[in-house]
Design a protein around this ligand. Structure first.
Ligand SMILES: [Zn+2]
Length: 276
């Protein structure tokens, strides 16, 4: 499943195609939504927000189209009415005079009044989105030590969209590595320094991944490795998907484990469990 940075990049594409223009024609595949084809026609798209893995297309007259791609949904941006050759099911189409934004295969689409969007069950239970909301490292630090989260394991917290929206499996391994946190630890096991590092890394790695095509490794190092002909999958991350290879800091073999049913990678030296 794509993570926050990939969703935000898709939202940027949709926003670029639609923002500031009137939508002249709409198509909803689901009958329950078809009344909105008329209601939204001629309305101008103000912006496109993300909330974790959901996308929110905001219209001037106060409506929001909510969509969640789950595993299979895919946005395609084309010149107006220039449909791609695909076997996917078209679920939503927004056309303006220049472009068509087409959503295929997603079944999770709704139209909400913007003022009620915050009460949508998904949005309500979703934590802060680092790429669409002004979240500081201090905010995250407070969240980590809050009664609600401090005694849960990091490995399940970092996949829980109510903790921080948009973090998924590769970011989980990378954040714990950057903060030097053992995959068996909970926030309450960590030093203040580790918690501050985890807060900074959550923000920095999410933004770096968004701006640099999913690269969470040190950008200079990644650049050097690329120049040497190293493949993308081998320079992209610090630890993720690098089982058996040497830690980039100290050479220890990176280990792979299952945590909260997903694969997790870590360096046993850099990420020792704290002494109790
Ligand atoms: Zn290491």
């Amino acid at each position: 499943m794509p993570e926050g940075p990939e969703i935000r990049r898709a939202a940027d594409q949709v926003e670029k195609a639609l923002k500031g223009r009137a939508v002249l024609d709409l198509f909803f595949a689901f009958e329950r939504l078809q009344e909105y084809e008329e209601i939204l026609q001629g309305d101008v798209v103000e912006k496109v927000d993300t909330k974790g893995k959901a996308m929110l297309i905001r219209f001037q007259r106060g409506y929001t189209i909510y969509s969640h791609n789950q595993l299979y949904g895919k946005w395609m941006i084309r010149n107006a009415y220039n449909y791609p050759d695909t076997n996917r099911q078209l679920r939503l189409a927004l056309h303006n005079e220049k472009k068509s934004a087409l959503l295929y295969s997603s079944s999770d689409i709704e139209v909400l009044r913007t003022e009620e969007a915050e009460e949508h069950p998904f949005i309500q239970k979703t934590g802060p989105d680092l790429l669409s909301e002004p979240v500081t490292a201090e905010d995250l630090f407070e969240r980590f030590i809050s009664r609600r989260f401090r005694n849960r394991k990091w490995t399940s917290l970092l996949l829980d969209q109510s903790f921080i929206a948009g973090i998924g499996n590769y970011l989980r391994s990378e954040i714990l590595f950057k903060a030097g946190i053992s995959p068996s630890a909970r926030p309450s096991d960590c030093s203040e320094e580790q918690l501050r590092k985890a807060a900074g890394a959550s923000i920095d790695l999410t933004w770096q991944s968004y701006r640099h095509q999913g690269i969470t490794n040190d950008l200079e190092l990644a650049g050097q490795l690329k120049k040497q002909g190293v493949k993308r999958r081998n320079y992209r991350h610090w630890v993720f998907s690098r089982a058996g290879q040497p830690c980039r800091i100290d050479g220890t073999e990176i280990e792979k484990i299952q945590a909260a049913s997903r694969r997790l990678y870590y360096c046993p030296t850099c990420q020792k469990h704290p002494e109790r």
